[in-house]
Design a protein around this ligand. Structure first.
Ligand SMILES: Cc1ncc(COP(=O)(O)O)c(C=O)c1O
Length: 387
């Protein structure tokens, strides 16, 4: 797969700089292990599986609130973070939330001052750009996810990229020495790829419910094992490399990647027009970045009610992120999260939903979504300020 990534016109890396892993979170874990960490600063609007590896390595996550219009780490808050915290930390995780790069120059400036590594969390951002450079090629080291609902999918999967030769070497060693996926892993992965096909059809809601329930019960190989969502204790066999199936699938998906990305952007542009007509602020696109629109966010007054209405009309809605450490809704202290410390992230995560942009979203489907949104306009906030 690295050779295919290299061939993408905008992704100037060499295979030597890429290490492949079983999941994106394993790639992040390997990066953190390679640089050695004590504390890691990260946005308070993320997925718990990006927090877990920090704790698995005996370090502490330090959450910083997000900007209310980019949903990325708020650089002003980062600057305000006390000097003691910045001195103690080893790295800053700069996440590409929903496909929008964080303001990396501003983050790097702070990182330089306190001698911190910048790690780009590109789980959502493959194909996007920051100031003309591809996401994942700017920071010291980056990782991507190729899990089933990410920019391109291998069912499960992740990879790390770096131009730093020492980190690259350490990652290569881990890529080689981590356990190989078993025959059972590969078989279940095939099933997952099959189920994923079904998820993208009209069977979306029943399939999602069944899939999440089975995944939580560890009955199928979901992206998250039940225990990863209960406490940050490393599951058995977490340190796992990449399989042949993932590699094969990745090559195929990458060949179509430009088409997939253009489709997402086209669907997002339809949504932007629909929202403007309804006097709802579309997602913010800063001059410095090109958004991939992996997810198209919208702020809703009563999310539960809105989801029920959508389900009734067979409209697909996503729920990223329902909490500052999605999908955790209790026992926050297990992840060193103190409720009340990040008011923007806490507010946004109570009201956000995402509109789909994947390849199965046709123009007819967008029309149906538009009708649904218009009918329920009074249930949607016009902007963050209205919350
Ligand atoms: C922001 C973010 N980072 C990292 C990950 C981890 O990716 P993976 O599921 O491939 O482990 C996710 C997963 O959804 C994510 O949303």
């Amino acid at each position: 797969m690295p050779e295919v990534i290299e061939k993408l016109p905008y992704f100037s890396i060499t295979p030597d700089n890429v290490s492949l892993f079983w999941k994106g979170r394993v790639a992040l874990y390997a990066i953190l292990k390679a640089i050695g960490i004590k504390e890691v600063i990260l946005p308070a609007f993320t997925c718990v599986v990006a927090v877990n590896p920090i704790i698995y390595l005996g370090a502490k996550p330090v959450y910083v609130d997000v900007d209310p219009i980019t949903y990325n780490i708020d650089v002003k808050m980062l600057e305000r973070e006390n000097v003691k915290t910045l001195r103690k930390a080893k790295a800053i995780l700069a996440q590409n939330t929903f496909g929008l790069s964080a303001d990396l120059d501003a983050i790097s400036e702070i990182a330089k001052k306190y001698d911190l590594f910048v790690i780009e969390d590109c789980a959502h951002g493959f194909g996007g750009f920051y100031k003309g450079k591809p996401n994942g090629t700017i920071a010291d080291v980056s990782f991507f996810s190729t899990q089933w609902n990410k920019p391109f999918s291998t069912g499960l999967g992740g990879f790390a990229v770096t131009k730093n030769p020492e980190i690259a070497e350490r990652l290569r060693v881990m890529e080689k020495t981590f356990i190989r996926p078993s025959a059972r892993d590969e078989m279940v992965l095939k099933t997952l790829l099959f189920v994923r096909g079904k998820l993208a059809t009209g069977l979306y809601w029943p399939a999602v419910k069944t899939y999440r329930w089975l995944s939580k019960k560890n009955l199928i190989l979901g992206s998250s094992q039940g225990e990863e969502l209960e406490s940050p204790v490393m599951p058995d066999g977490f340190e796992k490399g990449f399989s042949g199936i993932q590699s094969k699938r990745g090559r195929k998906e990458l060949e179509n990647f430009d088409k997939i990305l253009e489709h997402r952007k086209k669907i997002a542009s339809f949504y932007k027009t629909i929202l403007s007509d309804m006097e709802i602020e579309p997602p913010y696109e800063p001059d410095y970045a090109v958004h991939t629109y992996l997810k198209f966010p919208l702020l809703i007054k009563d999310r539960m009610k809105f989801f029920k209405l959508a389900e009734k009309e067979k409209i697909e809605l996503g729920d990223w992120f329902v909490s500052p450490i999605h999908p955790i809704t209790k026992d926050f202290e297990r992840w060193h999260y103190r409720w009340g410390e990040n008011p923007v992230a806490e507010k946004v995560s109570r009201h956000i939903v995402n509109l789909p942009t994947h390849s199965q979203v046709t123009e007819d489907y967008v029309d149906r979504i538009a009708q649904f949104l218009k009918k329920n306009r009074n249930k949607i906030y016009g902007s963050y300020e209205e919350i």
